[in-house]
Write a protein that binds this ligand. Structure first.
Ligand code: FAD
Ligand code: DHB
Length: 396
């Protein structure tokens, strides 16, 4: 027996993009069904990004999913860029007319959105197998196995919010999309440690041995990243080795100390820049990591996913209100303008801060000059700051 479900928008993927889209559509009176491959617990516990742009925070608050964030999120007004054993503060707020960022884990965003959808009677199917998107040219449908039964969701449109390894992008016929990609010759090893952060602000460190980042999740939880070789087995990194390497990279001439504590989670993430154009085929619209990936150095992946679905939700709203496809037809071009600016920023931050093994002595000097410039010129620091706090959400 096939369980048949009819809805307006079929959403594949219950990460930040899929859930925020479903929530915004609900507020606009548009029905959707979310089909997620993993369990609710898995999605809610997955440790990933942690920096929310002010636009993302404002969007959550304006749409009734910002209560916990207002209580628990940590507002930051600056970041530190550290090199040559010295720290340089970039005053994000002062350089951008008062804008700020917020530290609030991606899994907390996912929890808040899942709770809101379920409280409103929204349909989210977790632990779905064999998910397929079909009928993209005419009558779209999503099929999947859930609780041992085949399900078929028929809908007007499909939103492919299923991340980089999802099924939606590969279901588009070969030749319809152009791919732009750069793979970096390193990865990030990320840890979560049950210890108070060693600084009130994020620290991006460029060191001869490689990049390191100090971040946090709460006054009791530190999040740290370290540049490592790509595809390196995690077993190569016992806890002591991680702490020793972090301490070396964060070391300053005035003897700054990194707090150590029990490591509760660790994982290695490869780094790439990736974009497909267009972000749409027939009645399928790609959003978030399904359409593009940025290296994490600018803290942009999650924020970009949220911006895409904001544009998409408005386009669906316009379609159901007036029958006009103008915004839907413009979806890809509208998003890509911002996507490419964010790609540029993420690539630039990555290039400035990481150690590239093949670099010549000239490249090293140029990289050093870039760090010196960005931390000593108000114009250069302002450019970093306006990108870091987030370019305007609204299409220009
Ligand atoms: P996702 O969060 O990937 O959500 C996609 C959802 O689709 C997932 O829940 C997945 O289970 C589901 N799915 C996948 N395939 C299927 C299928 N076939 N059927 C149904 N559902 C499916 N960004 C930063 O800014 N800083 C970071 O430190 C950082 N760390 C990261 C670490 C990792 C390991 C990864 C993978 C990403 C990281 N990112 C980071 C990027 C950031 O987390 C993403 O940009 C963000 O999650 C994008 O949201 P999304 O909803 O588009 O995709
Ligand atoms: C975090 C992740 C990032 O990629 C970044 O640039 C800053 C902070 C974080 O997980 O806290």
């Amino acid at each position: 027996m096939t369980e048949r479900i009819r809805t307006q928008i079929g959403i594949v993927g219950g990460g930040p993009a899929g859930l925020m889209l479903s929530h915004l559509l609900h507020l606009a009176g548009i029905e959707s069904v979310v089909v997620e491959a993993r369990s609710r617990q898995h999605v809610e516990e997955r440790v990933r990004a942690g920096v929310l742009e002010q636009g993302t925070v404002d969007l959550m608050i304006a749409n009734g999913v910002g209560e916990r964030l207002k209580r628990q999120g940590l507002v930051h007004r600056g970041i530190e860029v550290r090199f040559d054993g010295g720290g340089h503060r970039i005053d994000l707020s002062e350089l951008t007319g008062g804008r700020t960022i917020m530290i609030y884990g991606q899994n907390e965003v996912v929890k808040d959105l899942t709770d809101a959808r379920i409280a409103a009677g929204g349909q989210i199917f977790f632990e779905c197998d064999d998910v397929r998107a079909a009928g993209l040219d005419a009558k779209p449908s999503i099929t999947f196995m859930s609780a041992g039964e085949l399900h078929e969701v028929t809908c007007d449109f499909i939103a492919g919010c299923d991340g980089f390894h999802g099924v939606c992008r590969p279901s588009i016929p070969a030749g319809a999309l152009t791919t732009y990609e750069r793979v970096y010759p390193f990865a990030w090893l990320g840890i979560l440690a049950a210890v108070a952060p060693s600084s009130d602000e994020l620290i991006y460190t460029s060191h001869e041995r490689g990049f390191a980042l100090h971040s946090m999740r709460s006054p009791e939880l530190t999040r740290l990243y370290i540049q490592c070789a790509p595809d390196e087995p995690i077993e190569n990194w016992p806890d002591e080795k991680i702490w020793d390497e972090l301490s070396r990279r964060f070391a300053t001439i005035d003897n700054w100390q990194l707090h150590r504590g029990p490591i509760t989670q660790k994982g290695i993430t490869p780094m790439r820049s990736f974009v497909v154009e267009p972000m749409q085929y027939g009645n399928l619209f790609l959003a978030g990591d399904a359409a593009h990936i940025v290296p994490p150095t600018g803290a942009k992946g999650l924020n970009l996913a949220i911006t895409d679905v904001r544009v998409l939700a408005r386009a669906f709203e316009e379609f159901y209100r007036s029958g006009s496809r103008v915004l839907l037809d413009g979806y890809s071009a509208t998003c890509l303008r911002r996507v490419w600016k964010v790609q540029r920023f993420s690539w630039w931050m990555t290039s400035m801060l990481h150690r590239f093994d093949g670099d010549s002595a000239f490249d090293r000097r140029r990289q050093h000059a870039e760090l010196d410039y960005v931390t000593s010129s108000r114009a250069a620091a302002t450019s970093l700051a306006e990108n870091y706090v987030g370019l305007p959400m609204d299409p220009v």
